[in-house]
Design a protein around this ligand. Structure first.
Ligand code: DGL
Length: 275
């Protein structure tokens, strides 16, 4: 397999661009093809079967572009479809849940970990399973409290990242989490959109908990895991020349307006594709 091939990254929409951003920082030489399934977003409120079906289609598109690795940059798709995708693909498949869970287990001292994500991610139980597996491999014990925060996704898309409305919503979700687990010291941002709300979430957790709560961003953890995986398989791109990002979406309404916010810089161009 050629090292020069691109890494394929997909998400239900634009949120996965936070993962692309982390990849561009940590793996600056790699070519990236991003697919945002914007015609079908959100995945977070859909059934496991539907999310698995959409994820397979998205993956098929990336494979047709000859990628050397598939990154499921959507927590909901990772939670519902990762095992199935892994079983059916020959290239390595990296999800969002395991890297975030491992980083959380490494960070916790109290052994009490909180997870916030979409309804699907929380319902799937994927984080508690991954956290238990990571804890076992690190000879630690953790207990998990998870909470769906569906309103945070539209707030991030709207760009209401740190105003009084976003704060009221975050406070309501996190107060419920605090009441359930006042001793938690790690909070996993188990959704691609949440890194945009990080300054707000940091402020609110600081206010609600009387000790430090570390926020784990799965985008960062995924980029690190991808680097280790490419390294382990000898798949890093050696190539000269600047790496490129090719960005594809299944619907392009509002893309120019929203995407730059997630990527942290304007997009060079977007291709509309049919799956
Ligand atoms: N990408 C999704 C996730 O990380 C959030 C948006 C959606 O519901 O599709 O879970």
């Amino acid at each position: 397999m050629s090292n020069e091939r691109a890494i394929g990254i997909f998400d239900s929409g634009v949120g996965g661009l936070t993962v692309v951003r982390a990849f561009m920082e940590r793996l600056p030489r790699e070519e990236l093809i991003y697919l945002g399934d914007t015609a079908r977003v959100p995945y977070g409120s859909k059934s496991a079967k539907t999310v698995a079906r959409y994820s397979k289609r998205a993956t098929r598109f990336l494979l047709s572009q000859g990628v050397k690795m598939v990154v499921v940059a959507c927590n909901t798709a990772s939670a519902y479809a990762l095992d199935e995708l892994r079983a059916s693909l020959e290239v390595p498949v990296l999800g969002a849940v395991e890297p975030g869970a491992r980083a959380a287990v490494e960070a916790t001292r109290s052994g009490r970990v909180g997870v916030i994500g979409t309804l699907g991610t929380v319902r799937s139980g994927a984080y508690p399973r991954a956290l238990a597996a990571a804890a076992a491999s690190l000879s630690k014990r953790v207990s998990v409290v998870a909470r769906a925060c569906p309103l945070l996704v539209p707030l991030a898309e709207e760009g209401w990242l740190d105003d009084e409305i976003a704060e009221a919503v975050a406070r309501r979700y996190l107060t419920a989490l605090r009441d359930e687990a006042p001793e938690l010291d790690v909070l996993v941002l188990g959704c691609t959109h949440y890194p945009l709300l990080r300054p707000l979430l940091e402020r609110v957790t600081r206010d609600l908990f009387h000790h430090e709560v570390a926020l784990v961003d799965s985008a960062e953890a995924m980029a690190q895991a991808a680097r280790a995986e490419l390294d382990g398989r000898g798949l890093e791109r050696d190539g000269g020349g600047a790496a490129r990002l090719r960005c594809c979406v299944t619907d392009d309404a509002r893309i120019d307006e929203i995407a730059g916010r997630f990527l942290g810089r304007p997009l060079d161009g977007v291709e509309r594709v049919d799956l």
